[in-house]
Design a protein around this ligand. Structure first.
Ligand code: ATP
Ligand code: MG
Length: 612
């Protein structure tokens, strides 16, 4: 990325969407203009001591550190960090780790890595905006006590079964709990009992007191704290009660002074509770003992907005199912180049720029839809078209012998050749020299098996007896025929070279060739392992409607072949991208590629050929 994260406002060339319109309206109306920011997350009193917030907006990306991020998270990262960058804001990276037992530093590190690699930074105004929700447990506890003291929450000791039945359903209003009318001071004492460990797991929950007849079931006195004796990776055994996600998340947002809390559509029904909670915690309140207190959290409160999650054809994004692919060894690991994880996409050869382009292209909408996998491939091609050096590689080699070579070129002669590495530098202001690839040609070269036909089908332009083709960047040759083994398999192609027709020399146009084919000289071609990746599934919606995604694995999703590549690739470095002419885009494998052991992954073909 050329623009550093969080640089100046830059919205000119970006297509608008409903989130941008909301943010632009908020900035124009000064909705968040008077907020203060104390430099660290905290409650209203804490931020009141701070300076005016230098960030025009604050967004956040809040992954649960319980797995590797995937292409859907990449969309969310690009949205949240992208909006902050474009509108002079800051995006926080928040580990949403309020749920005990499920954390792992391996995941934390992989998430930090993924966000950075995608081109974003949580550093802004000299601060690192990396937070973890479990650091806020004290605040959340205080918020719960505040709700109790204001009469907005109660400890319910019904059994789980009673609570389920009394919640009602879509057609049936709920029934008030017999514990709902408890006094605030009784509730406070009971909640402190919960916290002190005087009650067994599951014996009680703290519930918000809203409306058991609400048509929105999420508003029927949702649970906000539960008892759970579990060791937390950050807070150890300090707590035996933990906040529920729907209670914790808005408080995390408010403590961090988030302005626009952007999440996926399945949280739409939670928005009324989000707003209810924020209103209760930001307003001046009269407590049960008559004290009047200021709002606990700073106003104006953050607001939640929902967008459609990414559904990509031929891809599954459920962490649980991805874990199953890894655990059952259907793939080599989380970074298998066929995985839709960010580490997998990276190893496959996808670039940060291509993923950012993809996020921009698919846009932000309010309704669920499926994005075709070819859209992602198209973004990669678009990014690499002008960036990836060209090279010739022969993936299915057969030897071609130029039978008159020694006679017309000189015995054992080796002729140097060259071709541009970037033939279409499309930036006319770029005056840098075009990089050049050097290779040679001699008596024997490798060509693709499919480039010879003894009896050519109609319209075939490549090698068949009597036809002339150009060896790209080399000479025009005339095909003579082939040599076969005892079982009739073609073992060698034979042709004659036409001298003085070398590419780039005056004689190159004197003989007409019907087409040009790619090749690599036997004398300087390098053996390489090429991993031909394809889609992991044969079904465009592998797990839709409870389908067994393991039954639609594509058995051809990986073919490992030995190819010959041109000598310019001898010094290729791990992670470097290439366009192998006519074959597509490839990357030197990040892990296994080394000088003397060339390993390339196919990212995608040159054009969309799936199913054609
Ligand atoms: P999963 O369901 O795969 O476990 P998750 O939503 O539980 O994913 P989180 O770590 O909670 O994973 O996600 C962090 C952020 O990424 C959330 O804000 C979530 O909305 C967003 N996100 C997750 N999956 C997608 C997706 N497919 N498209 C867009 N955003 C997504
Ligand atoms: Mg989640």
């Amino acid at each position: 990325m050329t623009t550093p994260a969080n640089s100046a406002t830059d919205t000119d060339h970006k297509p608008s969407n409903f989130l941008r319109q909301i943010i632009e309206a908020d900035i124009a109306q000064g909705t968040y203009a008077n907020r203060r920011w104390a430099g660290t997350p905290g409650d209203a009193a804490h931020h009141a001591k701070g300076n005016p917030d230098p960030a025009k907006i604050r967004t956040r990306f809040p992954p649960e550190p319980n797995g590797y991020l995937h292409v859907g998270h990449a969309k969310s990262i690009c949205i949240n960090f992208g909006l902050a960058r474009d509108y002079g804001g800051v995006c926080h990276l928040r580990f949403d780790d309020t749920n005990p037992e499920k954390e792992d530093t391996e995941y934390v590190n992989s998430i930090l890595d993924a966000v950075h690699w995608l081109g974003f930074s949580w550093e802004a105004n000299g601060l690192l905006h990396q937070y973890q929700a479990s650091d806020y447990f004290d605040f959340m506890y205080a918020a719960a006590e505040r709700l109790i003291e204001a009469g907005h929450a109660y400890v319910d000791e019904q059994s789980a079964e009673e609570m389920r039945i009394n919640r009602g359903d879509f057609g049936k209003p709920g029934v008030n709990s017999p514990f709902r009318a408890r006094s605030a001071s009784d509730n406070l004492a009971r909640f402190r009992d919960m916290r002190a460990g005087n009650l067994a797991d599951g014996a009680a929950v703290l519930r918000a007191k809203i409306d058991m007849t609400s048509p929105n079931i999420n508003m029927r006195d949702p649970a906000i704290y539960r008892i759970r004796r579990a060791t937390h990776h950050n807070t150890g055994d300090a707590w035996c009660i933990y906040p529920m996600y729907t209670f914790a998340h808005p408080i995390e947002d408010a403590l961090e002074q988030i302005t626009h809390s952007i999440c996926t559509l399945e949280f739409e029904d939670q928005r009324p509770f989000y707003d209810w909670l924020m209103e209760r915690l930001c307003e001046k309140t009269t407590l049960h003992d008559g004290r009047v207190v200021d709002g606990l959290l700073a106003a104006p409160a953050p607001k939640q907005y929902e967008f459609a999650r990414l559904n990509l054809t031929y891809v599954i994004t459920s962490k649980r199912k991805l874990a199953q692919l890894v655990n059952e060894k259907k793939v080599s690991g989380w970074d298998d180049p066929r995985m839709p994880t960010i580490v997998g996409l990276r190893r496959r050869g996808y670039t940060p720029e291509s993923l950012q382009l993809f996020a921009e292209r698919i846009g932000v909408t309010k309704s669920d839809s499926w994005i075709d996998y070819s859209t992602l491939e198209g973004c990669l091609r678009e990014d690499l078209e002008t960036k990836a050096h060209r090279a010739m590689a022969v993936l299915n080699p057969v030897k071609l012998v130029l039978t008159n070579w020694d006679e017309v070129m000189g015995p054992g002669h080796i002729e140097p050749c060259e071709q541009p590495a970037l033939p279409h530098k499309n930036d006319e202001t770029d005056n840098s020299a075009t990089p050049v690839r050097h290779f040679t040609i001699g008596k024997e070269v490798w060509i693709e098996r499919e480039d010879f036909e003894e009896v050519p089908p109609k319209g075939y332009k490549r090698l068949f007896p009597g036809n002339k083709v150009r060896l790209k960047g080399g000479y025009v040759i005339e095909c003579a025929g082939c040599v076969k083994d005892a079982s009739g398999n073609i073992t060698q192609i034979e042709a004659t070279v036409i001298p003085d027709t070398k590419s780039g020399t005056p004689g190159s146009a004197t003989v007409k060739a019907s087409t040009a084919i790619t090749w690599v000289a036997v004398n300087d071609g390098l053996g390489a392992e090429v991993r031909m990746y394809d889609r992991l599934f044969n079904d465009p919606q592998p797990d839709a409607g409870g389908k067994d995604f393991l039954a639609v694995l594509n058995p051809e999703s990986l073919k490992v072949i030995t190819a010959y590549v041109e000598p310019s690739l001898a010094n290729s470095t791990a992670g470097q991208h290439f366009q192998f002419e006519r074959h597509g885009y490839f990357v030197a494998d990040r892990i296994d590629h080394a000088p003397g052991k060339l390993v390339f992954n196919r990212i995608t073909g040159l054009k969309d050929t799936w199913g054609k």
